[in-house]
Design a protein around this ligand. Structure first.
Ligand SMILES: [Zn+2]
Length: 365
């Protein structure tokens, strides 16, 4: 099968955008030009596409987004969605999140909030409890919502229905707007999207490949988005057949390593359960030992109290290895016993870990 990678999409978009500028369509105002964020470490991509209305029935919306471009897009959304419905939108960016926001939010009384979960949670810290309790819909996108983030969101918006959407700027909204019947993190593919899970493992998790029309004349097939997901069987109450779940970003939230799977949510759970360190980073790599591939994991930890003896490192390594599941039924220690993984190594960091726009806790080296 021919799989399109990000570099292929970069080239395809260059051609489409050049064509758009050379020969604009009859109604260019129906189109939007966007730039991908480049936060994934890749070159940003300039794209142009017909504006997609958002079918979200929140009337007083808060949209948390990182950039001016996204803010403008959402303002446009509010204007063109359903002209007869008096939708209002507060497009919030990082610099707006401050103490003074509280009384204004109370006055605005939003019923829906949307954006990346971490940013919504940061904003929630400045929104009065009563105002948060009146929010009935929270829609997350743009980052993987770990169980810890989800629980925090449930506490912050106790009466909201929490849902996710899946999109990638370079291809558009891959999922439909939530139908309201699916479990958290599950979605239906949007109309026009073909979805495939490539090379699934025993749990059915593989690369998400999408096929879609990028423009009136360009159809792409099997583009690897970089996210991992699984197809879920069975029709939904709403009548749609196809359901998929995104489990994370390849090499970030979800790393496959010699028979083991390192999942961010599991390492968060272990950190919470053991309470032996305040923050952590996992570095996974593969080594070849006597002709066999073995997975190697370095757990770097930060302790606010600064304690860091070699004996403590060993003690933490033992406890974590016995607690962390790396397959549905087996712990890290059990995979060490089979030779698939090297013993877990723990190293202390004397300084706190840097936090980027997206917090990456597991890396593949
Ligand atoms: Zn449904």
């Amino acid at each position: 099968m021919n799989i399109l990678e990000r570099k292929d999409i970069v080239e395809i978009w260059k051609g489409i955008v050049a064509g758009f500028i050379a020969k604009p369509p009859l109604h260019p105002e129906e189109y939007e030009i966007r730039l991908t964020s480049g936060t994934s470490g890749n070159e940003p991509i300039l794209i142009v596409r017909r504006h997609e209305p958002l079918h979200w029935n929140a009337l007083r919306r808060v949209q948390c987004s990182g950039s001016m471009g996204v803010r403008l897009q959402h303002l446009l959304n509010a204007l063109v969605d359903e002209p007869d419905v008096p939708t209002r939108i507060w497009a919030l960016d990082g610099s707006d999140i401050q103490e003074e926001m509280g009384p204004l939010m109370e006055d605005y009384a939003p019923d829906g909030i949307r954006g990346s979960c971490s940013m919504i949670l940061r904003a929630a810290g400045h929104i009065p409890a009563k105002t948060r309790a009146a929010v009935s819909s929270a829609v997350f996108g743009g980052e993987q919502v770990t169980p810890a983030l989800r629980q925090a969101a449930e506490r912050a918006f106790p009466n909201a229905k929490l849902q996710t959407v899946y999109r990638a700027i370079e291809v558009g909204s891959i999922s439909e707007e939530p139908c309201g019947h699916l479990p958290f993190g599950h979605n239906h593919p949007a109309a026009g999207f073909g979805m495939n899970v490539h090379d699934p493992d025993k749990q059915g998790v593989g690369d998400i490949l999408v096929s879609v029309a990028l423009s009136e004349t360009t159809f792409i097939e099997n583009y690897r988005t970089g996210d991992l997901g699984r197809a879920v069987t069975g029709p939904c109450v709403c009548g749609k057949e196809e359901v998929f779940e995104i489990v994370g970003r390849r090499g970030q939230d979800y790393v496959k390593l010699s028979g083991a799977t390192l999942r961010r949510e599991e390492w968060d759970r272990v950190a919470d359960a053991l309470r032996l360190y305040n923050d952590y980073r996992v570095e996974a790599s593969k080594v070849v030992l006597n002709g066999k591939v073995q997975g190697k994991v370095l757990l770097r930890i930060f302790r606010r109290d600064g304690a860091g003896t070699e004996a403590l490192a060993q003690e933490i390594a033992d406890k974590v290895a016995k607690t962390a599941f790396v397959t549905p039924t087996r712990t890290y220690s059990e995979l060490v016993a089979t030779g698939l993984l090297a013993p877990l190594k723990v190293e202390f960091s004397t300084t706190p870990f840097l936090r980027g726009k997206k917090e990456v806790k597991i890396v593949e080296k």
